[in-house]
Design a protein around this ligand. Structure first.
Ligand SMILES: *[C@@H]1O[C@H](CO)[C@@H](O)[C@H](O)[C@H]1NC(C)=O
Ligand SMILES: *[C@@H]1O[C@H](CO)[C@@H](O)[C@H](O)[C@H]1NC(C)=O
Ligand SMILES: *[C@@H]1O[C@H](CO)[C@@H](O)[C@H](O)[C@H]1NC(C)=O
Ligand SMILES: *[C@@H]1O[C@H](CO)[C@@H](O)[C@H](O)[C@H]1NC(C)=O
Ligand SMILES: *[C@@H]1O[C@H](CO)[C@@H](O)[C@H](O)[C@H]1NC(C)=O
Length: 476
């Protein structure tokens, strides 16, 4: 049922679309832009291509919609979820038996502080990143210390480059990100515990063996896990294991060392298409470099990663776009930021979908993790696992190659909390099927819409990205 308000809004949108051609973008599918050409970057009328790039500082973001939202990507939600088509229409009798869930951490402060300094401080006083170690016996229990970041005015490095003032680390989970995480977990509980009866609705000695959690060694992913798992099990008290591989050989977050990654990336970033995207964004890059003293800093000039990260970090936590410190009247405009974000989307699509070396590049970055996923699916198929729900808290650099491996039709930069849900269904005749959701919607890929495919087929699709010998490949 449409409310009166929605009716009026729809009418307004319609009249607006007659006046402003760009407004008709309200009707585009914000998940699948035409990222295959650099006109996507330069065509200012595309704006955010239906995406959202802002979020409140001290509250959870609204959830339940299914628009690309960089700050809080949608996730599976009872209001938007539907059963796989053949289960829905009754042509197949099947039950959800396993969920493999991989997500990026929730929103955070930026990694990259502008080389010319920041014209605002970041405030993280409303969140306490706890860091304490406890004996496994629980006793003596530690004092509950947390990291309280601050800047000391006597530290000369604070002034050397106008480093950012405030009470945050860069990056760190923000209070908005934490609250989004709790909501993310609540929504998973509503869907996968209450409606679909898969995830244990309470954690007890008996049900704990059915769940398995993992994160990278970054504080960001651990903090996100604490939030999401609280949403899933609001009354659970006591410790929970969050599995982590040793940081320097981790199969996520580029843990293990692999020289081939650099060789491939150099090649990927010297093609004609790559150069074209650099050329068409030259005027914007020069303007921003002047405003923020970035011209001699290759990390800021070679890709759009750092500017995008800096602007996203601000907008996703209730701050404004930055102004130059040496010319305070020069501020980043919305349309400049939108071009940076479109360039970021183009770049992700190029890195993980379109470049000629994409298969090997995905193999060296994510192949080991993908092989771990394949082994888990095989264990489900053979009835060799008691786990029904596995959840990994990772990074955009993990989600993107995973989506690339599935051949996603177009890949925008996977935003905060972006997630892939691999659902495994077992039919009454004991056949296994998979349905794959990306941020709550069935993923559209070069292999078709992954709404209902034999689990063996999913394994085949992914196995192309599992290297025969990762050590040899890395050193080749
Ligand atoms: C780019 O993608 C659009 C839609 O996604 C498609 O219509 C068009 O043919 C593609 N162009 C090229 C050159 O692949
Ligand atoms: C820019 O995008 C608009 C809206 O989709 C489209 O109508 C127009 O043809 C595009 N212009 C160019 C030069 O691609
Ligand atoms: C049910 O949906 C599936 C997938 O969309 C379709 O192939 C099948 O024909 C449908 N069956 C019935 C009985 O409607
Ligand atoms: C940034 O550049 C401006 C103008 O070139 C200069 O005045 C200022 O000192 C520079 N700031 C930093 C932090 O290097
Ligand atoms: C940061 O704090 C110092 C010391 O209080 C002050 O001089 C400086 O102007 C502040 N910088 C910003 C960007 O607020």
């Amino acid at each position: 049922m449409k409310t009166v308000y929605e009716g009026i809004l729809e009418m307004l949108t319609f009249f607006l679309s007659l006046l402003l051609p760009g407004a008709s973008l309200a009707a585009v599918d914000s998940f699948y832009p035409p990222l295959n050409h650099t006109t996507y970057i330069t065509n200012a009328s595309l704006g955010t291509y239906g995406g959202v790039f802002h979020a409140p500082s001290d509250k959870a973001s609204p959830t339940g919609d299914s628009v690309y939202n960089y700050c809080t990507m949608p996730h599976p939600h009872v209001d938007t979820y539907s059963l796989p088509a053949p289960v829905r229409n009754g042509s197949v009798d099947a039950k959800l038996v396993y969920l493999e869930y991989v997500q990026r951490h929730q929103r955070r402060t930026p990694y990259n502080i502008l080389p010319g300094g920041e014209n605002q401080e970041y405030n993280c006083d409303t969140i306490h990143p706890h860091l304490f170690a406890s004996p496994s016996s629980g006793s003596p229990a530690p004092a509950q210390v947390y990291g309280q970041a601050y800047t000391d005015p006597s530290n000369p490095f604070l002034y050397l480059s106008n480093y950012v003032n405030g009470t945050c680390q860069y990056p760190q989970l923000t209070i908005g990100g934490y609250l989004d995480g709790v909501q993310h977990g609540r929504d998973l509980h509503e869907l996968y515990s209450k409606k679909l009866n898969l995830i244990p609705s309470t954690l007890t000695q008996a049900t704990k063996d059915k769940v398995w959690f993992r994160s990278s060694s970054a504080a960001l992913t651990q903090g996100s896990a604490g939030a999401v798992l609280r949403g899933l099990w609001p009354t659970y008290t006591g410790p929970l294991p969050l599995h982590q591989q040793p940081a320097s050989i981790d199969s996520i977050n580029r843990g293990f060392s692999c020289p081939k990654r650099d060789t491939l990336l150099d090649r990927i970033q010297s093609t004609t298409e790559w150069d074209e995207h650099i050329a068409v964004t030259e005027p914007l890059r020069t303007k921003l470099a002047d405003m923020f003293n970035a011209s001699s800093d290759a990390a800021w000039m070679d890709t759009w990663d750092h500017f995008a990260d800096n602007f996203q970090g601000r907008l996703c936590n209730g701050y404004e776009l930055p102004c130059s410190l040496h010319d305070t009247s020069a501020c980043v405009s919305d349309s400049q930021a939108e071009e940076v974000f479109r360039a970021g989307d183009w770049m992700y699509n190029y890195w993980w979908r379109k470049n000629p070396d994409v298969r090997e590049y995905i193999q060296v970055i994510e192949g080991l993790f993908i092989s771990e996923l394949v082994r888990k699916f095989e264990a489900v198929q053979k009835g060799e696992t008691g786990v029904v729900y596995s959840h990994t808290f990772a990074h955009d650099g993990d989600i993107a190659p995973l989506l690339g491996a599935m051949g996603i039709r177009a890949l925008r930069w996977p935003g905060m909390g972006s997630n892939v849900a691999f659902e495994v269904w077992e039919t009454s005749t004991h056949e296994f099927f998979a349905r794959v959701l990306y941020s709550g919607r069935t993923i559209e890929t070069v292999h078709g819409v992954l709404e209902w495919i034999p689990l063996g087929r999913l394994i085949e699709i992914l196995s192309v990205f599992v290297p025969d010998d990762i050590v040899a490949l890395c050193n080749s």
